[in-house]
Ligand binder design. Structure first.
Ligand code: TRP
Length: 338
């Protein structure tokens, strides 16, 4: 196996179109590559680091996220999908790695710093939240991942993981852990803008189109999309730049020449927002319908989804267990091993 991929999502909500173009599509491509093994982890423990008082939300979203995976075509026959909390070896690795990381190093992690600010923890930052980058290093190294496809915001986690890998191998004088590389999404797809045009699509901004959204819901969201606030009369010239409808047409409408013509017409004046939005609605409905239908199909048998997750978790545990054994060997703490 030349490439081992490990990536994951916190189960704190359903997945949206931004997840799809930014990461899920890429995972589907990866699972079909030769010599590539793909692990996808539902990071329920990481989600609990700031949801300790609301485990129900995390538990519920494990199946929602799994359904989103299946709906877009992540195939459990090719990809190992598993639940973080079901792999106790990850917690054990996390514990040993904690001794290789200083508190001041954790303080310098910019993503965690930002999150601490956003989440308004004040003086009560959960210790588990503060140290989750170390837990993430355990996730990645347990599978000897060579490549970790994630968003830009995860760069600090990968840097920290690489430091831990180097430290571990140096300290225990053995090349046990594998140095992982980050794989960022293609630039034009990295940050799908939300329907409000204010920032990237995100649950917290409430500007998303979800993979499971109904036809009416999708339509309502497209009709609300941010266009050009100064394009009041149809005859007025309109702005293409910053216009969310055009951003989406650029990504999802395969009739590139027609889209170029529409842009010209819009800039010149004489093309109304409604007409554009109706076109985008047709495009997006065609794009999302098969995903939604597959999702509904899988959702009919949640027990089957759980069986899939259990099988994936059993497989993941074997891999993590072998790594943990090597780690303990290197540290010299496999006391009872013959
Ligand atoms: N921190 C990641 C996120 O918020 C989720 C995650 C947990 C992850 N463990 C991981 C991603 C390991 C990649 C590898 O999206």
């Amino acid at each position: 196996m030349t490439k081992i991929i490990l990536t994951g999502d916190r189960p704190t909500g359903k997945l949206h179109l931004g997840h799809y173009v930014g990461s899920l599509k890429n995972r589907i491509a990866l699972q079909n590559e030769d010599d590539t093994e793909v692990f996808i982890m539902i990071a329920d423990q990481q989600a609990l680091t700031d949801n300790a008082d609301n485990p129900g939300k995390v538990i519920e979203n494990i199946t929602e996220v799994a359904l989103d995976y299946l709906a877009v075509g992540i195939d459990p026959k090719k990809t190992t999908i598993f639940i973080q909390s079901q792999i106790p070896q990850l917690a054990e690795l996390y514990m040993y790695y904690m001794n290789l990381v200083s508190v001041s190093r954790l303080h310098r992690n910019p993503t965690v710093k930002q999150e601490i600010n956003d989440k308004k923890f004040g003086e009560s930052i959960p210790a588990g939240f503060f140290t989750y980058p170390v837990s993430q290093a355990a996730d990645i190294t347990a599978f000897k991942a060579t490549h970790v496809p994630v968003g830009e915001d995860q760069k600090p986690m990968l840097e920290q993981t690489r430091e831990i890998v180097r430290d571990f191998n140096r300290t225990y004088n053995k090349e046990v852990l594998v140095l992982p590389e980050i794989v960022l999404p293609p630039k034009n797809h990295a940050r799908l803008v939300g329907i409000d045009g204010q920032g990237k699509m995100s649950k917290s901004l409430n500007n998303g189109i979800y993979l499971g959204d109904s036809e009416e819901n999708i339509k309502a969201k497209i009709m609300k999309m941010y266009t050009d606030p100064n394009h009041i009369k149809i005859e007025d010239p309109g702005q293409v730049e910053g216009n969310v409808v055009f951003k989406y047409l650029d990504i999802f409408d395969t009739r590139v020449d027609e889209v170029a013509e529409l842009k010209e017409h819009y800039s010149r004046g004489g093309l109304g927002d409604m007409k554009l939005k109706r076109r985008l609605n047709d495009v997006m409905q065609d794009y999302l319908r098969p995903i939604r239908e597959r999702r509904e199909e899988f959702a009919k048998d949640k027990a089957e989804v759980y069986r899939m997750l259990k099988a994936g978790s059993e497989k993941a545990e074997k891999v993590a267990s072998a790594t943990l054994d090597e780690v303990k060997d290197a540290m010299g703490i496999n006391y009872f091993k013959k």
